[in-house]
Write a new protein. Structure first.
Length: 86
């Protein structure tokens, strides 16, 4: 693993208490995922919320799922941050 990846995983773990192993498990599970399938996306959002120990209100979960399944997910970090902090 590169130094950049190590630093990134360290930063994620410090900010969210998610281990690099957990990140790898989630990444592996979504490699072939169908992001147009609502159930698949909802399961992923709930799993990430649980991993991060950050409950997501149903309304916010619905908005995130809808954005992803309709391919309306913003790709810049500033917009993504705003979406998740609402």
């Amino acid at each position: 693993m590169s130094n950049f990846q190590d630093n990134l995983f360290d930063k994620v773990q410090q900010n969210s208490d998610i281990s690099p192993n957990d990140i790898h498990k989630v990444a592996d599970s979504v490699k072939q995922a169908d992001f147009s399938d609502e159930k698949t996306v909802r399961d992923l959002v709930q799993r990430l919320s649980k991993l991060a120990n950050k409950p997501i209100p149903k309304e916010k979960e619905d908005k995130i799922v809808e954005s992803i399944t309709k391919n309306n997910m913003p790709m810049d970090m500033q917009t993504l941050n705003k979406m998740f902090k609402k």
